[in-house]
Design a protein around this ligand. Sequence first.
Ligand code: SF4
Length: 274
Amino acid sequence: MISLSQSQLTLLDTCDRKFQYVHFDALNGPSSYEQKVTTQWGTQFHLLMQQRSLNLPTEVLTSANAEMAVSMSALAKAAPEIFKALPNDSNPADQNTESQSEQRRTLAFNGYLLTVVYDWILCNFDADSPNGQILDWKTHQRPPRKERLANDWQTRLYLYVLCETTSLRPDQLSMTYWFVRSEASSYRFGYSVRQHEQTRQDLQRLTARLSRMREQNDFPKVAIAAGKCDQCPFNVRCDRISPMSSSPPLPIDPYHLLQAASQITADSVEEIHL
Ligand code: SF4
């Protein structure tokens, strides 16, 4: 059964052909130096938080990276409840609570396996005030717009799967993004029955369309008018921009030159008649 994560749902919502390139053809555009540095920082921070959740020493990582140590203490100050719920020698595990990092959950849905990995999950199944909180560490230098994250497939899928895999109701769930490099600022999103139903319908539509495209082996390109091709790393492969164009819409810098060069194939280069 094919797994679908939030990034694959985002691709499907963006362009079917792009989904085919990335998911089935295992193609990808080059990453910029800044993206690589951010990814590396994010990986180390997630590892640090995982160590912390297991009550393992974190000094080696924090002493090697002062900025990360500052980010972690800012988070502990802004949201002490995250660490308070962790079981330790003086605070034994409570059967009604669940506090765990890097938790993976899967849900069978319309022939696919919806897959999520929660950075941190805090669930309280106490009869008086049951609730579930999903916490996610974002390591961007600056937080993105809140409205963009509200409609992001990560927010929608993570809440949907938690609701479907626990006894908790939508209105008892929330998801909070912590921007750990921006003085531990955060966005919190609640959830509702209406949002849950809307996500179910959208998942049904996307997965049914994916099954049709797989049967017909036809993943259409998005319409040019949608304006999604200019910044797409596959725009040469899709003939949406010529690799030799004298006036490309992208700025000429090393990253974009590398992006265009990585797409050049024998078919995409115009023949020069001698
Ligand atoms: S260039 Fe346009 S059509 Fe091609 S994969 Fe990218 S978004 Fe889709």
